[in-house]
Design a protein around this ligand. Structure first.
Ligand SMILES: [Zn+2]
Ligand SMILES: [Zn+2]
Length: 641
């Protein structure tokens, strides 16, 4: 009789031949035996530690979603006999199945497939695991060429090699699969099919195009609803749509994919962001530098970019003075500034800062609005310091990160330490020192962090800060990298207190990342309703009739003189239409100017929540706005009351 140690330390004897599920709570959908995932129907042969896998833990969600994929394929096979099914993995937030159907399937068929899935769920069919020989499997999947191909390629490491393969069967339908699965189809309660797409078998354009059906599945109806609501909310906030509606930027065909032009309103937004960041850096002891967009190949050879990073670089421009490359990073340029004269320990730390524009030839399929681009401007700085100053300087970067991102309401980051990837230019000893410095700084900061193995850059490990936006999505924003390699490659030196030459260390850091990507994040975070200081247009003046136009213009010029950004609606539309247009433009304040306002000299102020306040003295209004813009706060002041 195997002895089972349950979570919490209690032990129990499991009668011979009894499955694990009999000693686990009813909400369990799978189990972990000594760390390995198994079905609840698993009958252990030996003693072991057993943990219940619940639908809402990471592995549990995987099991649930993978089981949903089976039920999806089963439903499609029921509805379209002759369907050939390929693979159906769980993915983030859901699952998909790739299928070859005898006919066309479109999104209008999803409801029908869902209905059939619900019937299978209602029938509560048990998932039965079978181990069969490879020969038997080939026979069992005789009319399933994709499954046969997988079975035949078993040695190639897709499924553990061996003479047996595992099959999961429910009702008459079976799939080749490692499992585990939920005990029965009835455990899938909250799911929805999302869309239909095309996908090549094995991602190979030379192989057949299959139909991919995506779905989402959650432990409860509530979580499914929340997920669908988040998607809807994300859709409303999509920066590409808002960027167009607010007239901030565009990516015309003639520019090429991944490149963007900023329109006048976007230009003001960018200026606000850039001024804020630049001024704060100056306050914090950074120096500004300016560097060009291209440089000769020798620079990129020395830096190691041509060797390790050329896949992401635009091809060279051939000229009479050599090959030039558009810069994918600013680092080597800042190194050249450091190298321009002899440096003493008294000059260190030296913090060189630039809003530097970089070009990366990202794969076209990965481009996505302003979130994934081919040309953008980073708030990039490089800190050159002595090894002794390293940890303190990293801590100062953390501080600045909290100050800048806190301004936008980004707090409580999720922090990763990304260790070196396989491809690196670092000696093991340097890699160790760099990782050590980051670890020490993280520990001294008292922040919680986890390790992400192999996610660092080719010249050093890094710390990544991820922040949650207003609808709970995590965005990687800040990166801090510790680098012993570039100072070595460029032969950087400073004269120490001992009059000897020493090698400085470099910190690479970008707090916002590219301003393009950060702007996209901000647009989605605020849903386009920016705080006053970032709003391209802060006050929309709406004259009731043409005779009120002159007065509106006068008020606008008074506001402009105070450093505010007003705009007068000069269109001949009705007041209602003009107010509506101001709302669509997400103008923080709207002033309706009519006879009453001109007579009294007071204002009627409408804020973004459509709250209207009458009789606000102009001076009070102007002072409150100046105050609100300076505070950079999001909440808006109320007038009157
Ligand atoms: Zn499976
Ligand atoms: Zn750098």
């Amino acid at each position: 009789m195997p002895t089972i140690e349950l979570t919490g330390g209690t032990t129990t004897e499991l009668p011979e031949g009894e499955p694990l599920g009999s000693v686990l709570p009813p909400e369990a959908i799978a189990a972990r035996v000594d760390g390995e995932l198994v079905d609840l129907s698993h009958v252990p042969a030996t003693d072991g530690k057993v943990e219940a896998v619940l639908p809402d833990d990471g592995d549990g969600l995987h099991v649930l979603r993978h089981s949903a994929a089976h039920i999806l394929a089963q439903a499609v096979c029921d509805l379209w006999p002759g369907t050939r099914y390929a693979i159906g993995p769980p993915i983030e937030d859901g699952f998909y199945y790739d299928l070859e159907l005898p006919g066309q399937v479109s999104e209008s068929d999803l409801a029908r497939i869902e209905d059939r899935m619900r019937e299978i769920v209602a029938a509560d069919q048990p998932f039965v695991r079978e181990e069969i020989s490879r020969a038997e499997a080939l026979e069992r999947f005789a009319d399933q060429p994709y499954k046969r191909e997988i079975i035949e390629s078993l040695e190639e490491g897709e499924v553990p090699a061996g003479d047996t393969v595992t099959v999961y069967r429910n009702d008459g339908w079976a799939d080749l699969c490692l499992g585990p699965h939920v005990p029965s189809t009835g455990r899938l309660t909250a799911f929805k099919l999302m869309k239909v797409a095309g996908a090549y078998w094995r991602g190979d354009e030379g192989r057949p195009m299959l139909t991919r059906i995506y779905g989402t599945a959650w432990p409860s109806e509530q979580e499914l609803d929340d997920h669908l609501h988040r998607l809807e909310e994300a859709e409303k906030r999509d920066h590409r749509r808002l960027g167009r509606e607010l007239d901030l930027f565009s990516s015309p065909e003639e520019l090429g994919p991944g490149l963007w032009v900023w329109h006048p309103k976007g230009g003001i937004f960018r200026k606000q962001l850039e001024d804020y960041v630049r001024d704060l850096h100056l306050e914090r002891g950074y120096d500004l530098v300016v560097t060009p967009h291209i440089a000769r190949s020798v620079l990129w050879e020395t830096s190691g970019h041509l060797e390790k990073y050329s896949d992401n670089m635009y091809p060279p421009m051939r000229t009479d003075t050599g090959d030039y490359y558009a810069k994918p990073m600013n680092c080597p340029f800042h190194v050249l500034v450091f190298k321009s004269k002899t440096r003493s320990y008294r000059d260190l730390p030296m913090r060189l800062s630039e809003l530097g524009t970089i070009y990366r030839h990202e794969r076209i399929g990965t481009l996505h609005g302003l979130l994934r681009i081919r040309g953008g401007t980073q708030d990039d700085s490089h800190i050159f310091c002595t090894p002794d100053q390293l940890v303190d300087e990293i801590l100062k970067v953390f501080d600045l990160t909290f100050e800048i991102l806190g301004t936008f309401g980004f707090i409580e980051p999720v922090i990763n330490l990304s260790t070196l990837p396989g491809q690196t230019i670092l000696q093991p000893e340097m890699a160790e020192r760099a990782t050590q410095a980051l670890t020490t700084a993280l520990d001294r900061s008292g922040l919680a962090w986890t390790e992400a193995e192999g996610e660092g850059t080719f010249y050093g490990p890094k710390v990544d800060f991820h922040f949650r936006d207003a609808i709970g999505r995590l965005w990687q924003l800040t990166t801090v990298q510790c680098d012993f390699a570039l100072p070595e490659r460029f032969g950087l030196e400073y004269v120490g207190e001992d009059n000897q030459r020493h090698r400085p260390v470099m910190i690479h850091r970008a707090i916002l990342g590219t301003l393009e990507r950060f702007s996209a994040v901000l647009i989605e975070h605020y849903g386009g309703a920016f705080p006053l200081w970032l709003s391209p247009e802060q006050v929309r003046l709406v004259p009731v009739a043409d005779r009120h136009l002159e007065h509106a213009r006068e008020l606008a010029s008074l506001l402009r003189a105070l450093g505010l950004r007003p705009a007068v609606d000069e269109s001949g539309e009705t007041v209602g239409k003009k107010v509506r247009a101001a709302q669509l433009a997400k103008a923080p304040y709207v002033l309706v100017i009519g006879d009453k306002e001109i007579e009294s000299g007071d204002l009627t102020v409408r804020d973004r929540d459509a709250v209207e306040t009458r009789g606000v003295p102009f001076d009070d209004f102007a002072a409150a706005l100046v105050d609100e813009a300076a505070s950079k706060r999001l909440s808006q002041s109320r007038f009157g009351g």
